[in-house]
Ligand binder design. Structure first.
Ligand SMILES: Cc1ncc(C[n+]2csc(CCOP(=O)(O)OP(=O)(O)O)c2C)c(N)n1
Ligand code: SF4
Ligand SMILES: [Mg+2]
Length: 355
């Protein structure tokens, strides 16, 4: 008899006492039907995502893909908090909602504060024996404007206080809902309506804020980067972020065809190239393990020939079109140097990078 411990995704909701792990016993050679963790087809057939069809996010928007993939990894029951932004306004046009889970919208700046309150209430109910579930997943979805800039003090405070919640930043690198204004998450030299391209300026002049590293500096239990194109990696990270006790933060790159000016069919290809060029490496961090490269970024670390030049990322997007003109070659070179320096630094920090 052979035994294997399989971590299952228990059906929603998880009642008190229900195991999150099951022991499967079988004879060597025996064909067994084991629940495959994160089998996308199986999940799509058996689980209802937190976000249902009928919302009015643009065709080609990555945000609903981020939410659906993440919600496949929730344990449930789940309470979602959403900061103001495209995801919020386009999924809850009164009197309708696309959310299939309890959902709350507050102000632009206080998603993490609201999540703190919910997490504290869950904790109090647990202590007094009034919670009918073993756990409740408290999950925030917020954009870059609501995270890098206006919601940052609420996020930093919640992280410092140690509330038990998962914060998923869907980073489309500008204030998209109000008309593509630059944010602290907008990359250098990107066009936005408030960092225009012309004879005076070549787009945004400032660097992107290193938000995931800033969250690492808070020494919370779990921080990771992800993209919807690397879906298995993303879902595993969501499950880890939910299971860990205390605050967890996932920085998900979320392309926006309107603001990035790319073809609606290229949503996942753009985010894939962000990783292939090392513009947006995939990693996770815990206090115990430090930085650990994951998925495609680990493959690139092991085989540097896989690393693509930054032009491969820029060329798909109209917001960088000006950079590909011959007179702006030096700006692309500068971006390449920035990407290379950050990648080299990550390789030095990552415990699983080849030495
Ligand atoms: C205090 C406050 N300031 C400004 C706004 C207007 N506003 C609503 S959504 C939004 C942009 C949101 O940007 P982001 O968080 O990046 O989400 P996205 O729309 O890009 O998904 C702004 C500026 C607001 N609702 N509240
Ligand atoms: S503007 Fe961008 S982020 Fe907003 S719904 Fe459209 S594609 Fe998505
Ligand atoms: Mg945004």
């Amino acid at each position: 008899m052979v035994g294997v411990v399989v971590k299952t995704l228990p059906e929603f909701p998880v009642k008190k006492g229900e195991p999150a792990y099951k022991l499967w016993l079988f004879e060597p050679g025996q064909k067994v039907e084991m629940p495959l963790v994160f089998n996308l087809r199986q999940l799509a057939e058996t689980r209802r995502p937190a976000l249902l069809p009928g919302h009015r996010l643009c065709a080609g928007c990555a945000a609903p893909i981020v939410v659906k993939l993440a919600s496949f990894a929730f344990r449930g029951p789940t309470i979602v908090v959403t900061a103001t932004g495209c995801l919020e306004v386009s999924t809850t046009i009164f009197p309708y909602t696309s959310w299939a889970v309890p959902w709350i919208h507050n102000a632009f700046e206080n998603a993490a504060a609201t999540a703190s309150g919910i997490a504290a209430a869950v904790e109090a109910m647990k202590k007094t024996g009034r919670l009918p579930y073993e756990h409740v997943d408290v999950v925030v979805f917020a954009g870059d404007g609501g995270t890098f800039d206006i919601g940052f003090q609420a996020l930093s405070g919640a992280a410092e206080r140690g509330h038990d919640f998962l914060y998923i930043l869907y980073d489309n690198e500008a204030y998209m809902n109000t008309g593509i204004q630059r944010s602290g998450g907008t990359p250098k030299y990107a066009w936005t309506t408030t960092s225009p391209v012309g004879s005076v300026l070549p787009g945004k002049m400032e660097n992107k804020k290193p938000i995931a590293e800033i969250m690492v500096a808070h020494r919370i239990p779990y921080v990771a980067t992800a993209t919807p194109a690397h879906w298995m990696d993303f879902m595993k990270k969501v499950r880890k972020g939910i299971e860990v006790k205390g605050p967890a933060f996932i920085h998900a790159l979320s392309s926006c065809d309107r603001g990035w000016r790319h073809d609606t069919a290229l949503t996942l290809e753009v985010t894939r190239r962000a990783v292939d060029t090392c513009y947006f490496p995939l990693w996770e961090w815990t206090p115990e393990t430090g930085y650990v490269l994951t998925d495609r970024s680990l493959a690139i670390a092991r085989n540097p020939k896989l690393k693509q030049p930054i032009e491969k990322y820029l060329e798909l997007q109209g917001r960088f079109r000006h950079l590909l003109k011959p007179e702006n070659k030096h700006l692309v070179k500068e971006l390449q140097e920035l990407v290379d320096a950050a990648w080299e630094e990550l390789l030095r920090k990552a415990s699983n990078a080849p030495r």
